[in-house]
Design a protein around this ligand. Structure first.
Ligand code: 5GP
Length: 208
């Protein structure tokens, strides 16, 4: 069957566990994961070039000027952007790439790459979301509040996603497998297997 690189866009409310889900998709199913640039400060344990490229505002805007990002957006007073070179290189080699980005960025990617698969990850309830944000212990009370307020705005965009997947407590692997199945089934669409079908038909002409 034809193998093509997919652009998989994962979004979800802050604290829902997107980072863990993306990491497991890379480990279990060998997806490539795009590392974004951001102007926010590193959290404890975050490493430049691994979780993010941590840039100052001038560096970030210089990269915007050079068309270095596929998309960029502001989120709770900081810039976040998807570096263009990595994504284009992976797609040109038919490798699937995951972008873990917020809603404005996701919709902008979909405009530029209509085949991109937009998946929204949610927690089972808002109560649980808040518990996870509080439990993370890395954010001040006002930042948690700002992130929940952002969630209110983001919830207005869910309808524009194609899939919604629930990351339930203790069931992260289920969520990871569901995302992988979504991507696999997308590849099995007849419209994504044009070359393969063409070859099959050619081979069958011998039996006419
Ligand atoms: P955090 O500060 O918690 O790491 O990320 C905040 C939000 O920014 C998350 O919703 C995350 O998905 C999003 N984000 C991370 N990288 C990018 C990016 O390159 N572009 C956009 N538009 N959003 C991003």
């Amino acid at each position: 069957m034809d193998k093509k690189g997919n652009l998989i866009v994962l979004s979800g409310f802050s604290g829902v566990g997107k980072g863990k889900v993306s990491k497991m998709l890379v480990e279990k199913y060998d997806y490539a994961l795009s590392v974004s640039a951001t102007t926010r400060s590193p959290r404890e344990g975050e490493v430049h070039g691994r979780e993010y490229y941590f840039l100052d505002k001038e560096e970030f805007l210089a990269s915007v000027e050079k068309d270095g990002f596929i998309e960029y957006a502001t989120y709770v007073d900081n810039y976040y952007g998807t570096p263009r070179a990595y994504v284009e290189e992976k797609l040109s080699r038919d490798q699937s790439v995951i972008l873990e980005i917020e809603v404005q960025g996701a919709l902008s990617v979909k405009k530029q790459y209509p085949d991109a698969i937009l998946i929204f990850i949610t927690a089972p309830s808002v109560e649980e979301l808040k518990d996870r944000l509080t439990g993370r212990g890395t954010e001040a009370e006002d930042v948690i509040r700002a992130r929940l307020q952002t969630a209110v705005r983001e919830s207005g965009y869910i309808d524009q996603y194609e899939y919604i997947v629930c990351n339930e407590n203790g069931k992260v692997e289920e969520c990871v497998d569901q995302i992988h199945h979504i991507v696999e089934s997308r590849n099995m669409l007849v419209s994504n297997q044009k070359n393969f079908i063409h070859v099959l038909k050619e081979e069958l002409t011998d039996y006419r």
